[in-house]
Design a protein around this ligand. Structure first.
Ligand SMILES: Cc1cc2nc3c(=O)[nH]c(=O)nc-3n(C[C@H](O)[C@H](O)[C@H](O)COP(=O)(O)O)c2cc1C
Length: 547
């Protein structure tokens, strides 16, 4: 890895920290006339309508988190429709006065939705006779067909992945987030990509399928496959940045390769693409640091892990709550306010934390190609049976010592009562942490009024130096995956959660005693008893006519 790229990443991260006395550079106000359209459309591309598949009682929520628990559904029109419906589709509309906005199954910072989804597939019964590349349009739950490829090309492309594989591509439109958040937007785009990866992986698991990040592919190859390799001109539609490609295939089969043939992918650049991307805003503001960090974190074909490490950890028992996975996914919302009263039993708290620990066959973490890099600093407020205070969850046992030595030496590191052996959860300090949690989360009350909130503490300088600047994006993806699990766990526990992208990085480090770049706070999350905003009306997804 070239050192300038790593320097650039470190400089970007430092420049986009919020401080108690100064926020990261942003637009300073919202230019409503220029608000980006949340829906990218490719005008003129043939449309393939997908089916709306109402959520039933099965599969059960708990069945979806472990490999091999569910029957394998054949790849056909209805199962493919369900995959998108349960991951990237609209989930509801909200209305306040005369204003309406849509929500989606996958959450997004500020509801701005920078993540776009793509499908690359072979022939699918009831859907298409020819292999094709499509953009997914959540607004109408349909595919926009951008090109076709021959059966021969499709077979050669997918020779190294299991029979019945489809490929899901994810991209980011930086401008959607930068419009509101300025320079910090690149971070949020990466969080959102992580949430989307988790959403697709869990939706795949509900169909008896599995997903794997094709992490040996270069960013350029993903651009070529998805048809993003012609950078748009300054006054054209806002560009999409390639993020990742997932192979989705039946559980029980093995994917031997995390790549696709690079030479063949080169030929995709010459394919004729159908449809013209819409322009999302009248004009967009340039944030050069975002393009610099995007550039520095693109993955080349030679970047990789070297030693092929895989996640390791305990196998977790499956819980027994008989609730529908698909209902939970579609009802998932961010809390707008928390009641400051609702508590959790410690068993429920431990169960939630256990879901975030990757073990063999543990969805959605199976999709990632690296061992856990993220640990939690927790502010425990209202968990029955354990003291309020500051806690640490170590998600990879081999990182306990490095974390202990990086944090304040006076911390207790005491196991809380009833904590299951496989959960490396420690009480660091006892006390009321509500005010501190709120202050660190940009003074947002939701961080204090929940049962607990947490900061995701990423291993930072070592993996970036070891793998390369491109790994920076992956740290956020892992954080986003965890965030998605926490969102669903909150719903399944009868409470509500919210990702918190606005937090003060360095004050959180000071609380834990982190004073160098070994660890970096990357994302926050809170959950508790929600207070609904009664001024808002909720309308079902796809019930609002297009304007
Ligand atoms: C990466 C990320 C960061 C977020 N940061 C905050 C935050 O700092 N404060 C907040 O109140 N909500 C935050 N949210 C919640 C979003 O505003 C919410 O997901 C979005 O409005 C969509 O609503 P939904 O989650 O109900 O679909 C965040 C969500 C994500 C995914």
């Amino acid at each position: 890895m070239a050192a300038p790229e790593l320097d650039l990443v470190l400089a970007y991260h430092k420049a986009t920290k919020h401080h108690l006395n100064r926020y990261a550079r942003g637009p300073g106000g919202l230019d409503w006339a220029n608000q980006p359209d949340p829906f990218r459309r490719y005008a003129g591309a043939p449309l393939i309508q997908l089916d709306h598949i109402p959520a039933g009682e099965r599969p059960l929520y708990e069945e979806v988190f472990l490999h091999g628990r569910l029957p394998i559904r054949p790849l056909e029109r209805s199962s493919l429709s369900q995959l998108f419906y349960d991951s990237l589709a609209l989930s509801a509309w909200k209305q306040a006065g005369g204003v309406r906005w849509s929500l989606r199954v996958n959450p997004s910072s500020g509801n701005l939705h920078p993540t776009e989804g793509y499908l690359i597939c072979g022939p699918i019964a009831g859907l298409c006779d020819t292999p094709m590349i499509c953009h997914y349009a959540p607004q109408i739950h349909a595919l926009e067909q951008r090109t076709e490829v021959s059966l021969e090309v499709w077979r050669t492309l997918t020779a190294g992945v299991p029979e019945g594989t489809i490929l899901i591509g994810l991209t980011s439109i930086h401008w959607r987030e930068a419009w509101k958040y300025g320079e910090r937007a690149f971070r949020y785009c990466q969080h959102d990509a992580g949430h989307a990866i988790a959403a697709v992986t869990l939706a795949a698991s509900a169909l008896g399928w599995t997903a794997m990040l094709l992490d040996d592919l270069s960013t350029d190859s993903i651009a070529a496959l998805l048809g993003l390799d012609n950078p748009d001109s300054a006054d054209g539609p806002e560009p999409e940045e390639p993020e990742c490609l997932l192979a989705v295939y039946p559980q029980g089969t093995t994917c031997k390769s995390r790549s696709l043939p690079a030479e063949l992918i080169e030929s995709f650049k010459r394919l004729h693409r159908l449809g013209t991307a819409n322009q999302l805003s009248l004009e967009s503001v340039d944030w050069p640091i975002i393009e610099q960090v995007a550039d520095a974190t693109r993955k080349s074909a030679t970047n990789g892990y070297g030693d092929g490490q895989r996640p390791t950890g305990p196998t977790l028992p499956v819980g027994s709550a008989p609730i529908s996975f698909r209902s939970i996914v579609h009802q998932r919302r961010s809390c707008l306010a928390l009641d400051g009263k609702t508590g959790l039993t410690r068993e429920a708290f431990y169960q939630i934390l256990r879901k975030t620990i990757p073990g063999p066959g543990q969805f959605p973490f199976t999709v990632l190609s690296w061992p856990p890099m993220i640990h939690f600093g927790l502010f425990v407020h209202r968990i029955e049976g354990i003291d309020p205070g500051l806690y640490c969850l170590v998600r990879d046992p081999s990182k306990l010592q490095p974390l202990r030595s990086a944090m304040k030496q006076e911390f207790a590191w005491e196991v809380p009562p009833g904590s299951p052996g496989e959960l490396l959860l420690f009480r660091l300090l006892t006390g009321d942490a509500r005010e501190l949690a709120q202050q660190i989360s940009c003074h947002q009350e939701i961080a204090a009024d929940g049962c607990f909130s947490l900061g995701m503490i990423a291993e930072y300088e070592a993996p970036l130096s070891r793998y390369g600047a491109w790994f920076y994006r992956r740290l956020f993806w892992e954080a986003g995956l965890i965030g998605q699990v926490l969102y669903l766990e909150a719903e399944a526990s009868g409470i509500r959660g919210t990702g918190i992208g606005c937090y003060f990085d360095d004050p959180m480090h000071q609380v834990l005693g982190l004073d160098d770049r070994r660890f970096q706070d990357l994302y926050h999350f809170t959950m508790g008893g929600p207070v609904e905003d009664t001024r808002l009306t909720t309308l079902p997804a796809y019930s609002v006519p297009l304007t």
